[in-house]
Design a protein around this ligand. Sequence first.
Ligand SMILES: *[C@@H]1O[C@H](CO)[C@@H](O)[C@H](O)[C@H]1NC(C)=O
Length: 323
Amino acid sequence: MRAFLYIVVVALASDAVRCLYLPGAEFGGLRNSASSLSRFARVRRLPRPSHRVIDPNEDCFLVTSDEGELFFKSPSDEPTVCGIYMIAEPDKKIEVVFNYLDVPCDNGGLVAWIDGWELNGQVWPADSWDDDRLVESCDKRPNRKLVSRQNAALIQYRVPAQGKGFAVTIRHVRNARPCNVMLFGTEGVFTLRNHGETGNCTLITVSPSTVQVLDLNVGQTAKKGRLLELETGTIHHCTKRGLPDHVDIGGASGLDHTKMEVFDSLCGLDSNEARRASLIACEDTVARLVSSGKYHNSITLAFTPLSLDDIEHADLICGLNDL
Ligand SMILES: *[C@@H]1O[C@H](CO)[C@@H](O)[C@H](O)[C@H]1NC(C)=O
């Protein structure tokens, strides 16, 4: 993996975020999670108009779920690193076209397309990362369309030359087989599927959340053979029972879900919704579907933001083991 222009959000979003990265502040779990509820509260979201100029003072750390054209013009010769964090609906991909790019390579001028997100040195989705996910440019614009493999992508830029800049058009295009999915805003229902494939598909919400299983069919519907499907109910701790197809529910301290802490691993066939939701008090909430490739697996999950009152009853608080 090549070098990133690491964005240290701490400096940008000050106190709300700063608490998150004080490792192990005394009984920090609770406090950290509480403050992370407001993690993105101060991030400016773009309003509707689809033709916009990035305000260098307000939008250095910009999260946008909109399509349209964005312009950036550097206000100074400072080598400030900024990012445009793009997110779309779970069944969409992000498509970016650079309409123009006038960024001199001198003094480290650089514009990078990242097929995923990077935050505080962690990338998502870390488990399917490769060099193709990064396209760096200066002087010349990438002349092909850049399309992400999932519903989130990032443009990082450093333009230490006053008056220089770039323009991009962002579009959301259909993803027929979403595997890795990010939810931003945490409210919602999503079905994670393996489409009969081998490997892991992961859903991450960038905030502490409650997770309720509405429907489960994992390790049951064989791709060949079996005619009769038995409603087994929800089976817990499937990894301990050595069942290869399962769903890990838990959380992570950062975007790297491969470092997730697992609260439970589920499998079985259950069409009834779970009696209660799991309360995950972590910076990010993660559901990971692990598939052997022998079954058609799916799980439908409902997410809601974890309220402050819920935190003391949390099923999982990330980072407690590090204290
Ligand atoms: C899938 O997740 C499991 C953890 O349950 C991990 O052991 C495995 O390495 C992951 N596979 C890939 C391809 O990342």
